[in-house]
Design a protein around this ligand. Sequence first.
Ligand code: MV4
Length: 509
Amino acid sequence: MFNKILVANRGEIALRIMRACRELDIKSVAVFSEADKEALHIRYADEAYHIGPSQPNQSYLDIEKIIDTAKNSGSEAIHPGYGFLAQIPEFAQQCESNNITFIGPTSQTLQLMGDKIIARKTVKEAGIPIIAGSIDALKTEEEVKEAAEQIGYPILIKAVYGGGGKGLRIARNVREVHQAVELARLEAEASFGDAQIYVEKLLEKPRHIEFQVLADKHGNIIHLGERECSIQRRHQKLIEETPSPMMTKAKRLSMGKKAVKAARAVNYVSAGTVEFLVDKKSAFYFLEMNTRLQVEHLVTEIVTGVDIVKEQIRIAAGEKLSYEQRHIVLNGHALNCRINAEDPSKDFTPSPGTIKSLHLPGGPGVRIDTALYVGCEIPLFYDSLIAKVAVWGRNRMEAILRMRNALQELSVEGVETTASFLRKILMDQNYKQGNIHTCFVDERMDDLGFQEENTSEDIAVLSAVLANYCLGRQRETVVIPPRNRRQFSLWKAAGRTRHFSRGDSKWIR
Ligand code: MV4
């Protein structure tokens, strides 16, 4: 086993990894940027090194500096966390050639899975269903049109080095191809430095379901069940859960087998995630593979009892998996909410600042992963995730109720957060029934009431309603109730008052 591991990350995930190190009796080394001088991951680590300015390219993304720091500190391994260098083949390559263990798959696997065309081909040959589409990258608009004729419209144009939603364009008919191809190429070139594209048949309103896999260096591969990640907004996941409300034992067995097969097809080692899209008929298709520890790994840990990070470290040290597939039992239901320092009423723009006060939720079945403390700074330079609230319940409803309470209990002053917005999703009837898909949040934007700022008209109407109420003249006001009666409140009712000044109708409720 290793004596010392460098954690090439920050925030809550750096803490998570250091906790695993401590349990395994491994010393941890932190690296930090200028903006993170007072960050908690420095204090959690046994040693800490300043590696550069706040800009990520000059600190957390500086391969040479991080490799040098690992060598100078005598670290035998590097854990990259997620984001930053976690999926950069060159970084894993540099670790390999400097005799430092990269805690993750090989640089070769990272390269293979980074190229979506090669990934598609490789898993298809292994017998895993993929979405109908072009086998190779398409060079001209004509080639795109030919491919589209074969698979049928609507099509989705994707970037070969894409992922995370950049460079995606829909063409619903042949007339839309020209512009969609141009825009997809421009975005792909700008985001990935490579303009290559391919096409797939567009699945409408699919669910996003991913399987957690663990693979050791001895050829043992298991899966830890699925995570439903359909609740997302602009390709940022908001709420993840396991099990998926659509999952059955039989489906899990067949999808789990394919996930393990996909991992085997790319010689996968370490913790990884195989993503699937699931259509309305429950048919599933390989989408891509995430070659890293993921933000939402907690829900899987909660229902399986497996410490994924400890397992990842053991695997990197050459140990065999501590579990066989038959040992993996899913117990109850878990939800994870990502709390971001963003302002939902301002189109989710980042909300940096200093934390003035903080209350974290607790109680049975509640887990918080965060690096927040009173007085800490939330810099603008990095991801806006500031905390993860995860809950366990015996069943989905208990988990939802616990999460609603936990989000209400959470109090963060000094920055705006997405907590109240997430709570609105948890109050939604369709969400409660598990009727969710990747377009859920976009479609329900209006109903979830994101315009927190009240217009002067709203305020005028509210005053009028209140005045009438106080004067006992309710019958002179028209109030149109919200479509969803459960969300009824005087404020919302006031916002929906019509023809008040004419006084030509009466209270509806
Ligand atoms: C799709 C799709 C529908 N049909 N492919 C978005 C991220 C990128 N890595 C793949 N994505 C999608 N690919 C076909 N053929 C819908 C999406 C998609 C999506 C996928 C997973 C999670 C959230 C999503 C949100 C919008 C679109």
